[in-house]
Ligand binder design. Structure first.
Ligand code: ZN
Length: 697
């Protein structure tokens, strides 16, 4: 479902099983099998390779064959890969840090005290059962007391939260009527500005409501049953009639929504509305009351991502019966806090969102959900302890040095381009000059002193966390934007490009073996994490990056001639990927995956040059029987070890902007040095004649 062109990794989505945060971690108890038990090894994972395969016949299998043979996909997952192994490790570590904090008896107001209280309040199942739906009652009573559309506007305004992020995390979904994102402005790029996004649906995307396929019709029928079940648990009568009305309303909202493809088009999102524009352009909602209740009545203007959806949703507030809206509010309240309520609520939610929507039969164990919840709501507090334990200063320094070398290589490669206009090259160089590359953890930790965590009050703790997050976001409006701000926690196994900040984040949890090991040969680090760093850097000045300049402003700095040349040059890469057939009836979509495939080729090229430059003319010693160049490419290929269920792989091919992992490893065939390293000859399947190898950056 959700995919992100700016994320490095393919997400193995076992989605929305924890209703407290849209977390995409895979399920399963942490198990980190060590293939080198008892003996430390710093280098390529020889035990994961299949020496019976010739590297020039199938490089992916050569690098990963034994890993593939040895690994099994657990029953509660759609797939596994190197990232999910590290997710397990990160989760296991986070879990023990949280347990330590819980045992330490830290003062209630300290971060450790808050971590402990939050986790324990979630784990107190008996207490939660005994409390029942009492925490819901005052909120349900407020909804029941709504008498007119003005009070409805107030209630809708009170639910606004900072729960969307269309650019960094490509999160377009909020179940509330609208969602807020606070980030540097498209126009006023120096200050934090409010972005407003469409919302109102519990299911992730409008497709679930409007798609006419049998599968989606079935999902909708089950969704209606689910709404009814949740309302029953919340103490409502006449649930079936209410559920039908709620589904009809969400269907009407979905019809007003912009599609995912259109959502990702920045130029369609760049709409500034003044306060006066709202009643004029989107009549039907009492906007003055809405903004007052949301605490935004002082804000003069907003960036409205989907103007037509705002007009449509506001009109629905006017045209739909008040009682239907009240049922919609009640259902959303129950749904969005299901995980903080008795087991029957989270079981019912999982039965629909876990099993019906994603096909996952089994819910993750409670302790694991507790770790995820704590790590989401107190992300930086957990992250700060995480890096103290698992990210030494030497690792940070070594990674920073690699980044500096790779940026220097990009400078040279851009200067050497024959197709790019000199003015465009100067713009690309300017972007490299202002690029902020965050390594390991943020420069400034988030301050949680305003977040009150109470013992034995999971419902209140979640409620206050979301409100705290919202108030913190609103309080930044109009202030000077911090370009060094992070959008991922250190314990996240991923990397991200933040276009409005011209910044990259490489969290501590990805800066560890097999991606990065300060004790491993340079060849291995450049082959593994170096190619990933290069991948992310190249996004800052490709067709995506060309939308934003060195200040993070929306300004296209490519000439038309640059674009035309780039498109022609990249067509051959698209054709290469079009020819890949994961199934006899399904080929990879070369256009859909093109920006990512370009970034992969650029990443290997830049990292390889940087690796060679780091040797200062001296050939490194062999290790494990491999030359330096061989280690570089094997480490690269091992980034992409993965196994995926057929349905999941098919879904990826259709919806993901990243190609399946085996083809990402295979793209080494575009690099001349790969042929030399392994003696790959014409006649071998992946062989490309020198003129057919794609060189873009
Ligand atoms: Zn990418």
């Amino acid at each position: 479902m959700k995919s992100n062109p700016r994320f490095l990794r393919i997400l193995l989505i076992d989605f929305a099983v924890c209703s407290l945060a849209a977390l995409s971690l895979s399920a399963g108890r942490p198990q980190i099998p060590s293939t080198n038990a008892g003996k430390e090894h710093h280098g390529v994972a020889v035990a994961n390779m299949d020496p019976s395969v010739k590297p020039g016949d199938d490089f992916y299998l050569y690098a990963n064959g034994a890993w593939i043979a040895r690994k099994e996909i657990p029953a509660d997952r759609s797939g596994i890969n190197v990232f999910s192994d590290l997710d397990d490790l990160s989760e296991k570590r986070t879990s023990s840090l949280i347990e330590e904090a819980a045992k330490a008896n830290a003062p209630a107001n300290s971060e450790a005290g808050k971590i402990a209280a939050l986790y324990n309040s979630y784990m107190d199942e008996a207490g939660i059962e005994a409390t029942g739906i009492a925490p819901l009652r005052p909120h349900l009573d407020s909804i029941a007391a709504i008498h007119d559309k003005r009070e409805l506007a107030r209630a809708l305004g009170e639910t606004l939260r900072a729960d969307v992020d269309p650019l960094n995390n490509t999160n377009f979904h909020t179940p509330n009527l609208f969602g807020l994102w606070v980030a540097p402005g498209f126009v006023d790029y120096e200050h934090y500005s409010p972005y407003l996004l469409q919302g109102g649906l519990e299911m992730q995307d409008r497709q679930y409501y409007v798609d006419g396929s049998d599968r989606m019709r079935d999902v909708r029928a089950k969704y209606q049953t689910h709404i009814s079940a949740m309302l029953k648990l919340g103490g409502f009568t006449e649930m079936d009639a209410r559920a039908k009305r709620v589904l009809d309303l969400e269907h009407a909202i979905a019809e007003k929504h912009r599609s995912l493809a259109d959502n990702e088009d920045i130029h369609k999102a760049n709409n500034t509305w003044t306060r006066a524009d709202f009643p004029a352009k989107a009549p039907g909602l009492d906007w003055a009351e809405y903004f007052r209740a949301a605490g935004l009545d002082k804000q003069a203007s907003f960036i409205v991502w989907q103007p037509e959806a705002f007009a449509g949703e506001a009109a629905l507030v006017d045209s739909t019966a008040l009682d239907t809206w009240k049922d919609w509010l009640a259902f959303h309240l129950i749904e969005d806090y299901a995980a903080a309520l008795p087991k029957a609520f989270s079981d019912e939610r999982f039965a629909f969102f876990g099993t019906v929507i994603t096909g996952t039969p089994q819910q993750r164990p409670r302790w694991q959900r507790g770790v995820m919840l704590t790590s989401a709501l107190l992300g930086d507090a957990v992250g700060r302890i995480y890096v103290q334990h698992y990210f030494p200063p030497e690792a940070k320094a070594a990674a920073q040095a690699m980044v500096a070398n790779i940026i220097a290589t990009f400078r040279k490669r851009i200067d050497a381009l024959t197709w790019m206009d000199p003015k465009t090259k100067a713009e690309a160089q300017a972007k490299l000059t202002t690029l902020y590359v965050g390594i390991g953890y943020p420069e400034k930790w988030r301050d949680y002193s305003g977040y009150e965590v109470k013992k034995d009050d999971i419902f209140g703790n979640v409620w206050r966390a979301r409100l705290f997050d919202y108030h913190q976001s609103v309080s930044r409006l109009g202030k000077v934007a911090d370009r060094h701000e992070w959008s991922m926690t250190p314990q996240t196994v991923n990397a991200v490009n933040l276009p409005l900040q011209n910044a990259l984040n490489f969290p501590a949890a990805i800066l560890q073996p097999p991606f990065f090991d300060a004790k491993a040969p340079a060849a291995v680090n450049y082959g593994a994490i170096g190619t990933i760093i290069g991948h992310e850097i190249s996004h800052t000045f490709d067709t995506e990056g060309s939308t934003f300049d060195d200040k993070g402003r929306v300004r296209n700095w490519w000439t038309d001639a640059d674009l035309a040349h780039f498109n022609a040059a990249t067509t051959r890469l698209a054709e290469q990927y079009d020819a890949y057939m994961p199934f006899p009836d399904l080929h990879v979509n070369g256009r859909q995956t093109l920006p990512e495939n370009i970034a992969d080729v650029a990443g290997i090229s830049a990292s390889y040059d940087s690796y060679r430059a780091s040797l200062a003319g001296k050939e490194p010693p062999s290790q494990d029987g491999f030359t330096g160049d061989q280690q570089f490419f094997i480490a690269f290929g091992q980034n992409w070890a993965n196994k995926r269920r057929e349905a999941s792989l098919r879904q990826q091919v259709i919806t993901d902007p990243h190609a399946p992992a085996q083809y990402r490893a295979a793209t080494a065939r575009n690099i001349d040095a790969w042929y030399a390293a392994f003696g790959v000859q014409p006649g071998q399947k992946p062989y490309l004649a020198p003129q057919d190898r794609v060189r873009i950056w």
